[in-house]
Design a binder for this molecule. Sequence first.
Ligand SMILES: Nc1ncnc2c1ncn2[C@@H]1O[C@H](COP(=O)(O)OP(=O)(O)OP(=O)(O)O)[C@@H](O)[C@H]1O
Length: 588
Amino acid sequence: MALRLIPLLALLLVAGLAPLVLPAFHVTLLNYIGLYSLVALGLVLLTGIGGMTSFGQAAFVGIGAYASAVLTTQYGLSPWLGLLAGLAITLVVATSLGLLTLRLAGHYLPIGTLAWGLALFYLFGNLPGLGGFGGLQNLPNIELLGWQISGSADFAVLIGLLLAASLWLLDNLLHSRQGRAIRTLKESAGMAEAMGIDTARSRLQVFIIAALLAALSGWLYAHLQRVVNPTPFSVVMGIEYLFMIVLGGVASLWGALLGAALLTLIKQVLQDVLPQLFGHADNVEMIFFGVLVILVLQYARGGLLPVLRSVLPASRPRTLALDDAPALPRRSMPAAGKPLMVAQGLLKQFGGLVANKNMGLSVNAAEVTALIGPNGAGKSTLFNLLSGVLTPNAGQITFNGQRIEGLSPRAIAHLGVSRTFQHVRLLGEMSVLENVALGAHARGKAGLLRSMLHLERKEEAALLAEATRQIQRVGLGEYLHTPAGSLPLGQQRIVEIARALCSDPLLLLLDEPAAGLRHGEKQALAQLLEQLRGEGLGVLLVEHDMEFVMGLADHIVVMEFGQPLASGTPLQIQQNPAVLAAYLGGVE
Ligand SMILES: Nc1ncnc2c1ncn2[C@@H]1O[C@H](COP(=O)(O)OP(=O)(O)OP(=O)(O)O)[C@@H](O)[C@H]1O
């Protein structure tokens, strides 16, 4: 923790000392870097980490600036009230826009952000009372406990403080349960929902945080400049903010600062040099930035900070004392043999194709049930029906006595069903520990604010201790801090099982858990599943490895053409003439 504070203290030191040693013009440049960094920090969270590209952040900067400009110049109110008003308006606007646009997928979302970015820009220019495109002048100084924040030196301190605080809050957030959820948004929202994470809520939260940071920057900008007009809040500026994070490091907080610094300084140099080459020309530097961004995207897609980091010593992962962490509460296990998941008469059609018809099965507590059948028999479809990814056209599914067909994967996960995936879905750059802790998401409660202030230490320690326990249980204890993506596929499958176990499930749904495992690993997996069965867990697995299935399962359901062909003990299945004829001809 102390190590993580050193860069923040260095930042504060720069902000405090720069005015003493640098000429005023350079301090002003530093101030702009700080202001842009605030917006870029939000964009890193939103776009780089959350995967939601926004061209419209400059509009939120405008809301922060205009709110304070209007209240201070036209109503004589304090800039601090202006700040509160700006943040409140931003909260309302961002929540409304977020609810409207964040459901848009693919390129529709960036187009949506362009639309409201443009709309807000023209609103600033045309709304009565905002001074048109000429803007508002003579904003007052900010005053804090008798300190008049007026010159660039004073602003350097204020901006430095707010930037360091924002970095600290976001760093805390990203290393919390809430932050792990945010890190799934870009590529693994489906997996996250299956772990009980409300991804729509996380997306909206990230959107609002990014907007609030932009509004804070706008407030500082307005009182530093003491005039506001719409130009700095245009979509062009929104694109420049995106350039900053692309240059600096799209997915890292310090990359936002690096990008803001690079863009500001290079722009300054170019604005001095280019007019001498081209004669008088507006915004010629943007041509240079266009080329630069393309080169960075080509040769350093993660931005320049990761390149810098690769030559610097690696930073140590944040550690919490886990030894004294309280144990998480556990569900009580149903009696062995009690039916857990019962499906009857399931029908699933994809257009004219019937993938499941009159399909049913029962999975009992403390038993391993295997679902087998040739490729295309409809096993994955059934799995998706049971886990809530798909809704059946007809039929019913009960879990632990409750009807669940039509419930979302998240709701089903909350009831005590956890799953792994046929194609492993881990966050490759995140450690094994963090990946597995995702499984425990629904067992924590800490909200966004507590996470940002790192007041959830006790709960976080309990979650990480649970994840550690599950990783050790599956035999991967030596890989706690290894990036999950660097493990061989077989071990990644085991990490997925640890993640599923972390949710304290009553029923485990395992999609081809033995695929890609070596013989010894399969034996270890079979032992683990036997142990889980002994503890009262129900297990349903889809598996093609007949030796594995026959040695482990208590009960086997065979599917053919979307329908049940046979069900029984491994011995009964091996002796069933229809099954032998159709599938298991080679198995003794
Ligand atoms: N989303 C979908 N849209 C259209 N057809 C689908 C969809 N999902 C599955 N199908 C079709 O439903 C049938 C059953 O597929 P399913 O993936 O459930 O079989 P499976 O037994 O799991 O096969 P495998 O062992 O190869 O994974 C297939 O013909 C498949 O093409």
